[in-house]
Write a protein that binds this ligand. Structure first.
Ligand SMILES: *Cc1c(COP(=O)(O)O)cnc(C)c1O
Length: 388
């Protein structure tokens, strides 16, 4: 088995010599010729039933070779049999919820989560009843109709870590979904720890350059098939051009994550000593929630950090206005650094009481550290903090 970085460069490119190409072929077809109706009908049945491929792709909502190529590459990095790609991270989560809703109604969820994931679950839009619990309450709250456990680690935006192995054990035979967006397969491989579904907003690190919206679910083939059936029925598919760009980002994933992580550790340590900063949340600092999992569950502390500024909302807003190099914007995992205010933006849809209980305070800023020179980032942060 090649090592991670070799896989990152070569996965999904195994047939290039045979095809006589050096870049992935981009197939933009919406439909495919069906000269043999029997083959066509059998292919249609197979794809609707969730099979990964068929002799005839029939129609691009059922199958696209460029998307399938990218899915294969991501599955190889995550160490799973399969990967199913969607139009966005939210479409990916929706597909899992709809697939699980065939089996029962109850979902156990550990907060905090990405704001829209929290909203989707709390709203019951997919017909499921979400019960929000602490990780150590999962075993006690499991019911016969519990069909899924949802966790996010590191969690957005507080970077709290959740012990995946402990959650899997507490869940028993209930499948566990880990939103591993913040960790990427470079730092964390939840499937190896027993998670059934590994979800990524591929919009973030996997794409890595701020120009693709995409979501993926990595899992075994048995769990992938129902997701493909949902995708074919709901149409939440990834466009082949987006899949192409996503594939293009993979060879540099590890280099980007490691460079950004080195920057993040330096910035977290310096911010922790800055007089304008009340508290820094970063898995690589002493006192981080479940920080002991860095080095075991997670290969490193990651590239995101959050910090509370003295002066609350107005002081945080001032920092967003004053940054010059760092872009004041939501999203994360791009090569450039982004700063945003969770209470005012990404977690706006989360109930006030939940915000308060999970540490999403008025003065909290989340920084997605990029791969710029760390001294330039520090200079920008210190000038932006000087006013607050
Ligand atoms: C961004 C994000 C999502 C949603 O993904 P989209 O691609 O924006 O739909 C889900 N989970 C986490 C942790 C995220 O950061």
């Amino acid at each position: 088995m090649p090592r991670f970085q070799t896989t990152a460069v070569h996965a999904g490119r195994e047939d290039f010599v045979e095809l006589c190409v050096h870049a992935p072929p981009l197939d933009l077809s919406t439909t495919y010729p069906v000269p043999d109706l029997d083959v066509g009908s059998a292919s249609f049945d197979a794809l609707v039933a969730g099979q990964a491929s068929a002799p005839n792709p029939i129609y691009a909502r059922l199958h696209n070779p460029t998307v399938a190529r990218t899915e294969g590459a991501i599955a190889a990095l995550e160490g799973t049999q399969a990967c199913v790609a969607f139009a966005s991270g939210m479409a990916a989560l929706t597909a899992v919820l709809l697939a699980r809703a065939q089996h029962g109604r109850h979902v156990l969820v550990v907060r905090p989560l990405y704001g829209t994931s929290d909203h989707l679950l709390a709203s019951g839009l997919c017909g499921l009843e979400a019960e929000f619990v602490q990780a150590d309450q999962i075993a006690a709250r499991r019911r016969p109709d519990t069909v899924l456990v949802v966790i996010e680690t590191p969690a957005n935006p507080t970077l709290a870590l959740v012990d995946i192995r402990a959650v899997v054990e507490a869940a028993g035979d209930v499948p566990v979904l880990v939103d591993s967006t913040f960790a990427t397969p470079v730092l964390q491989r939840p499937a190896a720890l027993g998670a059934t579904y590994v979800l990524h907003s591929a919009t973030k690190f996997l794409g890595g350059h701020g120009d693709v919206i995409a979501g993926v679910v990595c899992c075994d083939e048995a769990h992938a098939a129902p997701l493909r059936t949902v995708r074919a029925a709901t149409g939440a598919l990834l466009h082949p051009l987006a899949a192409y760009l996503l594939h293009r980002g993979l060879p540099t994933l590890k280099l980007r994550v490691e460079a950004a992580q080195a920057n993040a550790q330096v910035l977290a340590e310096r911010l922790a000593r800055h007089p304008a900063v009340a508290r820094v949340h970063y898995p690589g600092l002493p006192g981080a929630v479940n920080g002991h999992l860095v080095g075991s569950q997670m290969a490193g502390p990651g590239t995101l950090l959050a910090f509370d500024v003295h002066g609350g909302h107005d002081a945080a807003a001032a920092v967003m206005k004053r940054v010059q190099l760092i872009t004041p914007a939501v999203s994360l995992g791009s090569v450039d650094s982004l700063i945003q205010h969770p209470a005012g933006l990404t977690h706006r849809v989360v109930e006030e009481a939940v915000k308060a209980a999970t540490g999403i305070t008025p003065g909290l800023l989340r920084l997605s550290v990029g791969i710029e020179d760390v001294e330039d980032l520090w200079q920008d942060l210190t000038q932006a903090l000087a006013s607050s």
